[in-house]
Write a protein that binds this ligand. Structure first.
Ligand SMILES: Nc1ncnc2c1ncn2[C@@H]1O[C@H](COP(=O)(O)OP(=O)(O)OP(=O)(O)O)[C@@H](O)[C@H]1O
Length: 418
């Protein structure tokens, strides 16, 4: 773990220095001599079992409680020297129970801090609409609703919007997606990462869930009992080189599979040699594309170059189906999907390839099973898992996914996954 006093870095947004919190009447301190640096613009995830002091640390950072000893420095300022109200207005705080005010509308909830800061009404209103749009809730539909008229996932989104309202440099998020079903949770996580790509806040995120930590964190602090940090490192390093038995046990089984979740498809080079045909192509052009293809399936792209479906050789004899959009294509994956999602899509569709699109939904290429296999073995922390080496790996292995004689799934590009 980082010893802040020894390695104080100029770009640490939050510095915890030898921090101790002993609650009155408790035999052991909840936090005991903890030092940690949180870099500017990164997501640092505190992960660990219940009762290990994660929430205590969050409350210390925004001064809902005071430390017994030690210092907390945010953006170069010792927080104990700041007015607590001023401090908290500069920190967005989102929690599991959302803490939304039940008798205030969504807009009024989001506007809480901007109003305290005395923003003019038009600016507040524009900010509310901007944030609702950002978290995927149409302002016209949701602005005037009350929290109880929203689903749990929508409430979480409003909670995140409210935390972001005054554009704080620091966000503290304590299990914000905790009580949400797994599908909504995944959607919220993906949206959260997409938003963070634009806003680049310094975010401290608390979770019990190592998979969530691995997915969201630029760095993970694995907490043990008594507020001890067992390891503070990148997800890649924690997964592939756990500091001790405690961390290894906390990660649990399946470290290789978890590592697949670290690499987003945006960082993987997709193979671009799969044969394609525009959806505007007529019968003859489609037949010609199938004849000249070195695979049994040709990918149909619409006018915007978005994947529309697979055209199989078996359709050549069926004019109606040949001139339609081919088989359904439900397994196209976007830049925020991971190698894990790609593998899952392949397994679900019994195929050995998935179609990869860019942020705009346009076709970017394909990714095959062999490429994933190679990526997971070439990506080590030292080679920068998920960064340069996967792209190189994808390129190298692209040729092996081309449906050659020894490619088991060459005839099944995937009927449908999503
Ligand atoms: N107000 C309090 N008074 C006394 N002890 C407290 C208080 N708040 C927390 N504690 C104790 O401090 C320790 C750390 O609690 P904390 O809530 O920070 O843990 P946590 O890691 O956030 O747990 P969880 O994941 O369950 O929320 C626990 O032993 C808890 O019982």
């Amino acid at each position: 773990m980082t010893d802040a006093s020894a390695t104080a870095s100029p770009d640490a947004m939050i510095r915890l220095e030898n921090l101790t919190k002993a609650y009155p009447g408790q035999a052991e301190p909840a936090i005991d001599g903890l030092s940690l640096e949180i870099p500017r613009g990164e997501i640092v995830v505190f992960v660990g079992p219940s009762g290990c002091g994660k929430t205590t640390l969050m409350k210390l950072i925004n001064r809902l409680i005071e430390p017994t000893s030690g210092r907390i420095v945010i953006d170069g300022r010792d927080v104990t020297e700041m007015n607590p109200d001023e401090l908290r207005r500069g920190i967005g705080y989102a929690i599991q129970q959302t803490g939304l005010f039940p008798h205030r509308t969504v807009a009024q909830n989001i506007a809480t801090v901007p109003k305290l800061l005395g923003w003019p009404a038009e600016k507040v209103s524009a900010r509310v609409d901007e944030l609702l749009t950002m978290v995927g809730l149409a302002p016209d539909t949701y602005r005037d609703r009350y929290p109880k008229q929203l689903s749990g996932g929508q409430q979480q989104r409003v909670g995140v919007a409210r935390a972001l309202a005054a554009d704080p440099a620091v966000m503290l998020m304590d299990e914000p997606f905790g009580a949400i079903d797994p599908i909504t949770r995944e959607a919220l996580q993906n949206e959260f990462l997409r938003i963070q790509r634009d806003i680049r806040k310094t975010i401290v995120f608390v979770t019990h869930d190592i998979d969530e930590a691995v997915k969201l964190g630029d760095r993970i602090a694995v907490f043990g009992p008594g507020g001890r940090i067992a390891q503070y490192d990148t997800p890649e390093a924690v997964l592939s080189d756990p500091a001790d038995d405690y961390v290894a046990e906390f990660i649990g089984a399946g470290a290789y599979v978890k590592r697949l979740t670290l690499t987003r498809l945006s960082r993987v080079e997709a193979a671009t040699d799969w044969p394609t045909v525009p959806s505007s192509a007529g019968r003859e052009a489609r037949l010609a594309a199938l004849r000249s293809a070195d695979r049994d399936f040709v990918l149909v792209l619409d006018d915007e170059r978005r994947p529309a479906g697979w055209l199989g050789r078996d359709l050549a004899a069926d004019d109606d189906r040949l001139t339609g959009d081919g088989l359904p294509l439900l397994s196209s994956l976007g830049p925020d999907d991971t190698l894990f999602d790609a593998l899952n899509a392949m397994l679900a569709s019994n195929a050995d390839v998935v179609v990869v699109t860019g942020e705009d939904g346009r076709y970017r290429g394909t990714l095959g099973m062999a490429a994933i296999q190679e990526l997971i073995h070439t990506a080590s922390p030292s080679s920068g898992a998920g960064a340069a080496s996967p792209a190189a790996g994808a390129e190298r292995s692209a040729g092996r996914d081309r449906g050659g004689p020894d490619s088991p799934g060459k005839d099944s590009p995937g009927k449908e996954v999503r």
